[in-house]
Design a protein around this ligand. Structure first.
Ligand SMILES: Nc1ncnc2c1ncn2[C@@H]1O[C@H](COP(=O)(O)OP(=O)(O)OP(=O)(O)O)[C@@H](O)[C@H]1O
Ligand SMILES: [Mg+2]
Length: 279
């Protein structure tokens, strides 16, 4: 059984209203999407803007309720879960957002941001919580001098590291990463991506990795789900998608990569994107 199974999921949003405010038009954000994610695996979700990538990630966590379809996480029916079940399930599934400036509370210190999920979900004592939080911050490379600081005092890359530490404290099985490096300076993207990859290997995490930048996908993903206009166009191993794309849409996405894709995948550090095109 897969860690996450999504079957025939659809979701429409109202896209127009009449003069009485009644919803008149509905458009599919996601249409009949199915996929699975194995424990410890990274599945990249790619596709152009508006393809439905973020909606799929949010549906998987039940942050958005789909209209139809089924979702199973770790053997539990996500859509049928009662509040208590959902709460305990949420310990196992976390999310990292694109912009850490808006995902972290500006009035909470770094260490408190990482401690907070432990207050909500565990009965750990204060000392124990802080010990775990500081160990996590250490793991993601945040020095102790930052522990008492506020988000405004940290760089985007540092903040994303804090968000990662916060997502890890409850020892999740899966993290939905929605464009986790897209908002960061190009110079720190590779570092944060390498950190995510190392943590995945060390902790056996599964990632649902939403990303429109295919150059990053080859570094971190095992399989790829290609989406267009809410539907799955094609899916396969990274190797298959990059070397033997079956669909024209996928080929177009690959052709749009402005720089050479790093050749090797795991086991080597990703040096970042080279500036000059290579013919
Ligand atoms: N809350 C919402 N209300 C109305 N429409 C929505 C909502 N969320 C998403 N949509 C629409 O659903 C479609 C898919 O959106 P989604 O955010 O999932 O795309 P995406 O692939 O993540 O795009 P991007 O790369 O720009 O982040 C879009 O047409 C979007 O406008
Ligand atoms: Mg999105």
């Amino acid at each position: 059984m897969s860690l996450l199974e999504v079957k025939n999921v659809s979701k429409s949003f109202a896209s127009g209203r009449d003069f009485l405010g009644r919803r008149t038009k509905w458009s599919h954000a996601v249409k009949d999407v199915s996929f699975s994610l194995e424990a410890g695996e990274c599945l990249a979700v790619v596709g152009e803007s508006g393809a439905g990538k973020s909606t799929v990630g949010r549906i998987a966590l039940r942050l958005i309720e789909p209209d139809t379809g089924s979702i199973t996480f770790d053997g539990v029916d996500v859509r049928a879960a009662k509040p208590a079940e959902l709460r305990s399930m949420r310990r196992g599934m976390q999310m990292i957002f694109q912009d850490p400036h808006s995902s972290l509370n500006p009035r909470m210190t770094v260490v408190d941001a990482v401690v907070e999920p432990l207050i909500v979900h565990t009965d750990m004592g204060r000392g124990e919580r802080e010990k775990l939080a500081t160990a996590m911050l250490d793991k993601v490379g945040i020095g102790s001098r930052y522990f008492g600081r506020y988000p405004a005092e940290l760089s985007g890359g540092q903040l994303q590291r804090v968000a990662i530490a916060r997502a890890l404290t409850l020892n999740p099985k899966m993290i939905v990463c929605d464009e986790p490096v897209a908002a960061l300076d190009v110079s720190v993207r590779a570092q944060v991506l390498n950190l995510l990859r190392d943590l995945q290997e060390e902790l056996g995490l599964a990632y649902l990795f939403v990303c429109h930048d295919l150059a990053l996908i080859e570094v971190i993903a095992d399989r790829v789900l290609v989406m267009a206009r809410g539907e799955v166009v094609e899916s396969g191993s990274v190797e298959d998608i990059f070397r033997r794309p079956q669909q024209e849409y996928t080929r177009t996405l690959l052709d749009a990569i402005p720089v050479p894709v790093p050749r090797s995948v795991r086991g080597q550090e990703f040096e970042g994107v080279r500036a000059e095109p290579v013919s």
